[in-house]
Structures are given as C-alpha cells and as structure tokens.
Ligand binder design. Structure first.
Ligand code: SAM
Ligand code: SF4
Length: 398
C-alpha cells in the first residue's frame, strides 16, 4: 500500500490496478563454500565477517531507501543469499528493527530467511524465530547423499531432514528447495525422491530444474562432456511428474517452480512476480520503487567489501537508480508475470507499456504451445515455453 500523499495520480500511475504490496529484500552475500552450480552473488571468506559493521551498513541502506520510498507499509521481508543462516540472530534482529523503524512493518508481515541445513546453522533457528523471522526457507536440494556431494553441498540427508523437522516445530511457516534434473537422475528416481519430500512439506515447496549457469564449475564440466544432463524429453517428463505429484498432495504450482497450498504462497516473491514495489539492501540487491516520476530500477554494488566501503562513504550502496521506460516496464511485467499460474492481464501490460500485446504473435505462440490462455483473458507460459521466456516476451511485446 502506498500513502496517499505520495501515491501517483491515476493518469501518472505506472503500476497497475492490483497492489501486490511492498517488500524489502536483504542480501547476505557469504557462504561457507561455493556450490558448483550456483551463480548467485555469494562469496567465501577465510576470515570472520565483521557483522557489526555490516549491520551498520544495512541500517544506512534502509534509511536511504526509506528516504526514496517514504511511508510504505512493509508486507514482507526476505533475507536471501548467499547464506543468511550464517548471520548471527542479533544481526537479523537489528535489520528487522531498522526496517520497522523506517517504515511501518505490518503486524502479520511475512519475514523469511534462507537457511542451509548444516547442524551449525540449525543451532541458530531458535534465535531467528525470537528475532521475528516467521518463515524459514531451507536449501535441502537433494534427498540422496551421493547427489548432495555431487552438488557440492556441505550437509547430509540426515541433517537436512533434522533441519526441516526443527523448522516445522519452531516456525509458523517453512519451505524447502530441491533441485531436480540432476546429472544421472532418472524420472523414476525423481518421482520417488519427490514423493518422500512431499511427506515433509508444510505449506510450500520450491522445486527447481537444474540450470547450467554461465561461469560456474558445472558449465565447465558440461562443456568438457563430463556432466550427463537430462535431454529435453526427460526434462519435460520430470516437470510433468512434478506437477502431477504436487497437485495430488494439494500443493499445485502457483509459479513455474513454486508450489503451495492455497494461501501458502510466498508473499514476498509474489511482489516480484505481480510486478509490485520492493526495496533491496545489501550487496547486489535489486529494487523497484514507484515514485510520481515513474518506476525506478535500483541496483547495489555487488562486491561485498566495495559495497561496505561505498555505504560507509556515501550512505548507500546504489550503483543504479534510473527510471524505466514504459517499454521496459512492459517487458519486465511480462517476464515476471508470465511465470505465474494465474498468468498476466494483457490490460495491465497495456497500462504499463502504453501499447497492446502483438495479437498475431500471441495467437501463433498459443498454437505452437509456448503460451496458453487462462481465465479472464489472462495468458501464461507453458512448461515448453518456460525455458524460452526471454524469446516469448520479445515476440509478444514486439
Ligand atoms: C540463493 S539460493 C540458496 C540459498 C542457500 N544458500 C542454499 O544454498 O540453500 C536459492 C535456491 O536457488 C536454487 N538454485 C541455485 N542455483 C541453481 C541452479 N543452477 N539450478 C537450479 N536451482 C538453483 C537452489 O535450490 C537454492 O536453494
Ligand atoms: S547454492 Fe547457496 S550455499 Fe551454495 S554457493 Fe549458492 S548461495 Fe551459497
């Protein structure tokens, strides 16, 4: 919700009819080791992290972003990484307090923290709950020790299960991530693993198909012919199996890779996918802020120590803060929203971008099976179209 005095007038309004709320993303950029498939902004440091210094910098960033987006009511906070479960609970508490001091934090705001399931980190779960975190997102990734090792994970299946059980007992809501389509995995393997995983779920689970990202060890292995990845048919079969099993257990997909019981959707991620407004603080965090001058794209310095120095000298870590053109807003809206099972409303596209979707392209992409029509004239991407989303958007927005 946006306070009236700063709410753009209807004719200036670049956001659309539905108001997905305002969220705050907090990036913790450190991990104990780098997983070979991961291209997130995560860094390994040999020495301990000066958390007090980082907390002071987070506070400065929050104050700065609140000056650019005053009066917002925060509906969600998301601690992502990297590995936020390496943060001390006092640091998490300090960040939440700073957010509540600079904006109004809804009493029932969703506050999520991403956790890795090693026993050391599980030891801090109670502290996070006491600090105000009410939703834990655990990176389980696989329920098979050999595959966890191949993914470079530092935890075992036993530790992952213990972390999930502990989260279930401490937090009102929890979710966990699995990666499928792993080297050598068959559809039967995945079905068995997913069925086992679904016995453990709360109201939400994220199931990601392994993607090979640029400049990762997995990319080098694949290019050297040392990674046996599923072909397109197997990928689609695994995707279909994922839909079938999750639906049967009452957790249908609400986004390409995210499944929830009705009402259990991640409120924070819905802000992104419904093209809402959010502030991002910490190294490499992104934000989208709506002002009377339009929608601004914000991005911070990615490198942790350079971000810290910049915040300490300039009072913020932003390296980008620029108004998006209407065309860019339309493209972003599609990239985000086509992933949702509820799809996107072409009228909102028109309001944002000032032009209509290309009807002929929509028709031919529907005929070719890349997008599909859902209720009320809305459209969404199909399983076949999801990996080609950039191209789909370029076609329909042309
Ligand atoms: C920021 S990461 C992880 C948070 C936490 N550090 C962890 O590893 O559990 C968020 C999620 O993205 C998924 N992910 C990261 N890289 C991926 C890739 N190349 N393919 C598929 N999923 C990936 C993983 O499931 C991971 O849990
Ligand atoms: S997957 Fe998680 S733990 Fe592994 S490097 Fe990426 S952010 Fe760190």
């Amino acid at each position: 919700m946006i306070r009236d005095e700063i709410r753009p007038k209807p004719d200036e309004r670049h956001a659309a009819e539905a108001d997905p709320g305002f969220g705050v993303y907090v990036h913790w950029p450190f991990c104990l080791s780098k997983c070979p498939y991961c291209d997130f902004n995560s860094h390994v440091r040999g020495a301990p992290i000066d958390e007090e210094r980082y907390l002071a910098a987070f506070k400065a960033e929050i104050a700065h972003r609140a000056s650019l987006a005053p009066g917002r009511v925060v509906g969600s906070v998301f601690f992502g990484g990297g590995t936020p479960s390496l943060m001390r609970p006092q640091t998490v508490q300090g960040v939440i307090d700073a957010i509540a001091a600079k904006w109004r934090l809804e009493p029932d705001a969703e506050i999520t923290l991403e956790a890795n399931p090693t026993s050391v980190e599980a030891g801090r779960f109670r502290g996070y709950r006491a600090a105000g975190v009410n939703r834990l997102s655990i990176g389980v990734q696989a329920l098979n020790d050999a595959d966890l090792k191949a993914l470079g994970r530092k935890h075992t299946v036993e530790e992952a299960l213990a972390a999930v059980r502990l989260a279930a007992s401490l937090f009102p809501r929890f979710t966990f991530d699995l990666i499928y389509g792993r080297p050598g995995q068959s559809e039967a393997d995945w079905r068995a693993e997913l069925a086992r995983a679904l016995d453990l779920v709360g109201d939400h689970v994220s199931l990601y198909q392994l993607t090979i990202e640029p400049d990762t060890i997995f990319e080098r292995l694949r290019d050297a012919g040392k990674l046996k990845l599923p072909d397109e048919d197997l990928s689609l079969a695994m995707f279909a199996a994922t839909r079938e099993l999750t639906e049967a257990r009452g957790l249908p997909a609400y986004e390409v890779s995210n499944h929830a019981r009705p009402g259990g959707e991640c409120r924070h991620n819905l802000v992104y996918w419904r093209y809402g407004e959010y502030a991002g603080v910490g190294p490499g965090a992104h934000g989208r802020i709506v002002t009377p001058k339009g929608r601004f794209a914000q991005e911070t310095e990615r490198h942790p120590e350079m971000w810290l120095t910049q915040v300490e000298t300039e009072g913020h870590g932003l390296v980008e803060n620029s108004a998006l053109t209407r065309e860019e807003q339309g493209d972003e809206f599609l990239l985000m929203g086509l992933r949702l099972s509820e799809g996107v409303d072409p009228r909102r596209y028109q309001k944002l971008s000032g032009r209509e979707l290309d009807r002929d392209q929509v028709k031919s992409l529907v005929e070719d099976g890349f997008i599909e029509r859902v209720a009320n004239g809305r459209i969404r991407v199909t399983p076949m179209g999801a990996p080609l989303l950039d191209t789909v958007v370029a076609d329909v927005a042309a």
